[in-house]
Design a binder for this molecule. Structure first.
Ligand code: ADP
Ligand code: ASP
Ligand code: MG
Length: 407
């Protein structure tokens, strides 16, 4: 049996935590499973390193930024390996490069192109616990690369897949995936299990745990995920391919979770000529600039003109607006502006597929509280509304109660 155990920043934030994590990995090994540990940087160190770079440099060359950020994980992995060794168990730390993570050459957000885990396999064969620095690799041009924020989850899932591990355990500071952000909803409950489909919708709409890329990877390759606490060590949330098939007689809840996201701004293009090819032109320009467009809504047309709104990450709103404005002559839009003060609330649940009226209920709950809906988007198992940012926390609490999720 092989268990991959990934520990987030808070789980290894100080010496006591590092010793506890080491004790847990050792315990798991002594109970009969090979263990591979993946670590994040200690506490908020990644943020500190980013700030430090900002204090020193205005140019922040990509190559040096990745070298700097990955130092956080490098520190943590060596300390965890030492702490395990102190418990009488052989352990060795490995950088992403040493662990065989080959990436593309995109700095700050590199993609894994190949994984050659030979050294990790040999360590396991020798009875050693490998401790891998998360979120890093080496590019095809031999530079150190960072896999992006939250990338340690991806490191863990990828190594679990490459080794054929039985489970990938993602340890964090809460006991699993909750029905809403426990920092906002006191009465949110841990979900004992959740389907990959629902979890993907949750992570795509603001749930930070686990990182979305790692969930996509795990689903594609069938890696079993267990999200759990590094503080209480109690069983957490098991992510399953099809929970429905395991308990077919159980009635599915219509809504299983409420998520929220305040990381995006809304861009509105007004007075766009209602003609074929205009939207294609605008969104091609945004895509070519690498701007990550999320929700898109087009209003009904009046006098041959329409409004188009879309959301983008806050730091990209201004550039998106400038790009659209630069197309003015060509596209013939009346104007373009952005609004940072928005947020998105979403309800997620597989039972929605066979239950009409969920959207109506969500809109009514918001309307009853005088919360105005600015944009709507749906999937088969999710409904999202863009509202004013100031209303987001209240909306999450209200929806959680109204959909019967309070515990
Ligand atoms: P780590 O650094 O351990 O990888 P993060 O700090 O990125 O983890 O994410 C964990 C945090 O996510 C928790 O402290 C919790 O407050 C927050 N969170 C928000 N929404 C949820 C949710 N629905 N379920 C679980 N945690 C959530
Ligand atoms: N330490 C990095 C971050 O905070 C990578 C990770 O923990 O996943 O984003
Ligand atoms: Mg984190």
């Amino acid at each position: 049996m092989i268990t991959v155990q990934k520990f987030g920043g808070t789980s290894v934030a100080d010496p006591d935590r590092i010793r506890e994590v080491a004790a847990h990995a050792t315990r798991t090994h002594r109970r009969g499973s090979d263990v591979v540990v993946v670590v994040s940087a200690m506490g908020k160190e990644t943020d500190q390193l980013l700030r430090l770079a900002g204090d020193v440099s205005t140019t922040q060359p990509d190559r040096e930024m990745d070298m700097l950020i990955t130092a956080g994980e490098r520190k943590a992995m060596a300390l965890v390996a030492m702490a395990i060794t102190d418990l009488g168990m052989a352990a060795q730390s490995f950088t992403g490069s040493q662990a065989g993570f080959i990436t593309d050459t995109t700095h700050k957000d590199a993609k894994i192109v190949e994984l050659r885990p030979d050294r990790i396999v040999r360590a396991l064969e020798a009875g050693v616990v490998p401790v891998i620095g998360g979120s890093q690799g080496v590019s095809t041009e031999h530079n150190v690369t960072f896999l992006g924020r939250g990338g340690s989850d991806t490191t863990a899932v990828a190594i679990a897949h490459a080794l054929g591990a039985d489970v990938c355990e993602l340890y964090t500071d809460v006991a699993g995936v909750y029905s809403a952000d426990p920092r906002i909803v006191d009465r949110a409950g841990r979900m004992p299990e959740i389907s990959f489909d629902e979890l993907l919708e949750m992570t795509a709409t603001g749930c930070p745990k686990p990182a979305m890329r790692s969930v996509e990877f795990a689903r594609r390759h069938g890696v079993k995920l267990h999200v759990r606490s590094a503080f209480t060590w109690e069983p957490g949330t098991i992510v399953t391919l099809t929970p429905e098939s395991t308990e077919p007689e159980m009635e599915q809840a219509v809504v299983n979770a409420v998520t929220h996201d305040i990381s995006e701004a809304k861009v509105t293009v007004s007075g766009v000529p209602d003609q074929p090819g205009i939207a294609a032109r605008m969104f091609t320009v945004l895509a070519d600039a690498g701007i990550n467009v999320d929700m898109i809504v087009q209003n009904t047309s009046e006098h041959g003109r329409t409004d188009i709104s879309f959301t983008v990450p806050h730091p990209e709103a201004e550039q998106a607006t400038e790009l659209i404005n630069s197309l003015q002559g060509e596209v013939g839009a009346a104007g373009c502006g952005f609004d940072h003060d928005i947020g998105r609330v979403s309800v997620v649940g597989a039972g929605m597929k066979s239950n009409p009226g969920v959207a109506a209920k969500m809109f009514q709950i918001l309307a009853d509280e005088d919360i105005n809906i600015e944009m709507i988007s749906t999937s088969a198992i999710r409904i999202s509304c863009v509202i004013q940012q100031a209303d987001v926390e209240r909306a999450v609490i209200l929806l959680h109660t109204a959909f019967g999720l309070d515990v």
